[in-house]
Design a protein around this ligand. Structure first.
Ligand SMILES: [Zn+2]
Length: 491
């Protein structure tokens, strides 16, 4: 009997195949009908028939071995098979990739839509970043892999956060690609990127002062979103951060509400990384109102609002906006008018010096140039029925307290018969120019700003009531344009 011959097909030992395809390898016999055959992959027997249908199960190199024996003849053979990606079996592309600011400054939150497996199960997602432009399949190798996120069927929108430790650079433009990885290590195609700019950090900072310029220690300064809180230091300083460059925050103070000792708390407008630096947060002290005053619910803030005409009226959103001078001293032009015994210019200069002296800082300075004057004095009989009146010269058309101040007229009736009363009226009218636009409605007590001005006002111990002085000092320190609704009676 002639010896059997054994050969193998395909004869070429290097083979290429794509995932999803299959290839048949066979033992070819001559002079024999049967043979004992053993096919092996990865050390395991995978078949014992004369032919074997090879189906790749991973990317890269694979080895298929076969042993065949027919009669006395035994042979073995092997093929090295390069497995490439099969276009039809790739995981579906990851869509809906979003990159946005993470919870902390310098962090990026990347999220994407869950992939539904098609051919093979999905193992995980791989996330990569580029600082140079969008990531495609072509430049995938140049992108930096950030990490892998395990696939969970229940995770509808998988996500991860990347920060400084992952190489995120504050202020840098970043592109993210996410690819699904199947159990064969195949990567899904890339159809889109997530793009953002990494947030930078900023610190909200400032000083809490009150209306007497005292630096306030131990005041709680807090934010709601994000929730942050700190206490001012011994110099009233505070610092909160780092916040994200995209954050717009509202600051609130919490201080003592004790009457006479505490402060009216403040809520800021929306602050950003520019407007939120080196703030001066001005609290209004809860000055005690005069014992004899039975108005204003014993609240200095209510007194201040009524005097400066900043009580909020629902029909007028601008009603609570404060209009006062920001820069002092005010330039005053004083004409020379002497009527009988009364030197009206001298009376006005007395009143200016009196305010400056009582307040301990300069409020008024005389100018000889009417064009430079912010307060233009007028001593004549052009207005009847009053001893004095302050009115707007510029801007025209507005009413005192409801428009920004440019130029005021200070009228004193020139038929006032005594210099003492001319001084008293001048003192009162200058009070109006300092933001006490209204008249005091205390029902008691001794106030300069009563409508029915007392002739003996200058004989009093305090011709200008402490509450009036406190209000003027406060109004000088509040920036014009302040919305007085930012201050609260209740803590
Ligand atoms: Zn008046």
């Amino acid at each position: 009997m002639q010896d059997a011959q054994i050969s193998f097909t395909p004869a070429q030992q290097g083979q290429q195949i794509a995932l999803g395809e299959q290839m048949t390898f066979a033992v070819v016999l001559s002079e024999a009908d049967t043979a004992a055959v053993n096919w092996e992959r990865g050390g395991f027997t995978v078949g014992q028939a004369l032919s074997y249908d090879y189906v790749p199960d991973h990317l890269g190199l694979d080895t298929l071995r076969v042993f065949a024996r027919a009669g006395d003849v035994a042979r073995n053979y092997y093929w090295v098979i390069t497995v490439g990606p099969g276009s039809t079996t790739l995981p579906p592309p990851v869509t809906g990739i979003s990159a946005e600011a993470g919870p902390e400054a310098g962090e990026v939150l990347v999220s994407w839509a869950r992939v539904t497996p098609t051919t093979y199960p999905i193992d995980e997602y791989v996330v990569a970043v580029s600082f140079d432009g969008p990531i495609s399949a072509a430049n995938w190798d140049a992108a930096t892999e950030l990490g892998r996120v395990p696939y969970r069927a229940g995770a509808v929108r998988p996500q991860d956060v990347y920060g400084a430790a992952d190489g995120m650079i504050p202020g840098a433009a970043v592109w993210f690609a996410v690819r699904a990885v199947d159990t064969l290590d195949q990567l899904s195609p890339i159809v889109g990127n997530g793009y953002t700019v990494v947030t930078t950090g900023w610190w909200l900072s400032g000083t809490v002062l009150d209306d007497t310029d005292a630096e306030l220690p131990g005041i709680v300064v807090s934010l709601v979103d994000p929730v942050r809180s700190t206490n001012t230091d011994l110099n009233g300083r505070f610092r909160i951060g780092p916040l994200r460059s995209i954050d717009r925050v509202v600051l609130r103070t919490t201080s003592s509400s004790e009457n006479g000792f505490g402060w009216y708390d403040y809520t800021s407008a929306e602050l950003d990384s520019v407007s939120g630096r080196d703030l001066v947060v001005r609290l209004i002290k809860r000055h005690e109102l005069d014992d004899a005053c039975n108005g204003y619910s014993q609240q200095f803030l209510t007194f201040l609002r009524e005097m400066s005409i900043t009580e909020y009226v629902a029909t007028d959103p601008q009603s609570s906006v404060l209009h006062v001078w920001d820069d002092f001293p005010l330039r005053v032009h004083i004409p020379d008018v002497v009527v009988g015994e009364v030197d009206f210019g001298a009376a006005m200069r007395f009143a200016m010096a009196y305010w400056d002296s009582v307040m301990g800082e300069s409020y008024f300075v005389e100018t000889t140039d009417p064009a430079q004057a912010q307060l233009q004095c007028r001593f004549d009989e052009s207005i009847s029925g009053v001893y004095g009146r302050v009115s707007l010269l510029q801007p025209g058309g507005g009413t005192l307290g409801s428009v920004p101040l440019e130029k005021l007229q200070v009228f004193i009736l020139s038929t006032i018969g005594t210099e003492k009363f001319a001084r008293t009226v001048s003192l009162h009218e200058l009070g109006h120019t300092l933001g006490l636009y209204n008249h005091v409605a205390c029902g008691g007590g001794e106030y300069l700003m009563f409508e029915g001005l007392a002739g003996d006002t200058l004989d009093r111990l305090d011709p200008i009531n402490p509450n009036e002085r406190q209000a003027v000092q406060c109004l000088r320190r509040l920036p014009t344009g302040t919305d007085m609704r930012r201050y609260a009676i209740a803590n």
